[in-house]
Write a protein that binds this ligand. Structure first.
Ligand SMILES: C[S@@+](CC[C@H](N)C(=O)[O-])C[C@H]1O[C@@H](n2cnc3c(N)ncnc32)[C@H](O)[C@@H]1O
Length: 230
């Protein structure tokens, strides 16, 4: 399954950022900024944004990092990382090509791990998701933070219905037309309505061993930040 996802992300880097902004009406920028603001509290000298893709979450983090903080980024897709490297703001980042299931770092290395809009991709099964969360847990220092930004499920049945309709019709069609990739935006439209509620994701994080999970919902619950502590 990982190879399938790698292939999906080799097809989209050229239009990925544009489509994120278009399909969310620019809200993705605000959501990453909010997640970065939450993530930065607590500081530390070593941070990593995993599944960084074109690097926008890492750029949001960089603007909140001290000079003494080294910010790493990792992803298994070279085409997505190549796109990130073209951005002038990413010059200060340390790039690592790696599968999230086995990060090339020692136990207890990081003060902060972030992930944005990739948790649905690593949720090919609950076992795969837990394997990835456990790897994040492993590389965090005791007391370190994991900040997860992802689409979620609005509490209101009506908002949830409209959100899923928008994703299944508009996102799927516009994504396909603009990116030229049928598979990538079919995949997005398929995974968003099936993803966990914020409470269920919190339970999964707690079962992986994290504690103190805090949830910050945004835009009527369409997206959510989870902040979990090792
Ligand atoms: C939807 S993009 C999100 C990119 C970025 N974080 C953002 O906020 O836009 C998902 C990214 O996760 C990466 N990815 C998915 N599964 C992965 C895995 N098992 N290991 C490493 N990277 C993975 C993909 O290559 C892709 O770049």
């Amino acid at each position: 399954m990982s190879n399938g996802i790698k292939k999906v992300f080799s097809e989209v880097p050229g239009t990925y950022d544009l489509l994120n902004h278009l399909l969310t009406f620019g809200l993705d920028v605000r959501w990453r900024a909010k997640a970065a603001e939450i993530a930065a509290v607590g500081g530390g000298t070593k941070w990593i944004d995993v599944c960084t893709g074109t690097g926008d979450m890492a750029i949001a983090l960089l603007s909140r990092a001290d000079e003494s903080t080294t910010v790493y980024v990792s992803d298994f897709s070279e085409p997505m990382l190549d796109k990130a490297k073209l951005k002038s703001e990413t010059g200060r980042l340390q790039f690592v090509t790696a599968d999230l299931r086995s990060l090339p770092f020692q136990d207890s290395s990081f003060d902060l791990v972030t992930i944005s809009f990739a948790t649905r991709n690593i949720n090919t099964s609950i076992e795969h998701l837990c394997e990835c969360f456990s790897e994040i847990y492993r590389v965090l220092k005791p007391g370190g933070r994991f900040v997860n930004l992802e689409t979620s499920q609005p509490d209101s049945g009506l908002i949830r219905f409209l959100f899923h309709l928008y994703v299944r019709i508009f996102v799927k069609i516009a994504g396909r037309l603009i990116s030229g990739s049928k598979i990538a935006y079919n995949y997005l439209a398929h995974t968003i309505p099936r993803f966990y509620t914020a409470e269920k994701l919190s339970d999964i994080l707690l079962k992986t061993g994290f504690n103190e999970v805090n949830i910050y919902t945004m835009f009527m619950g369409i997206s959510a930040v989870h902040r979990a502590v090792k």
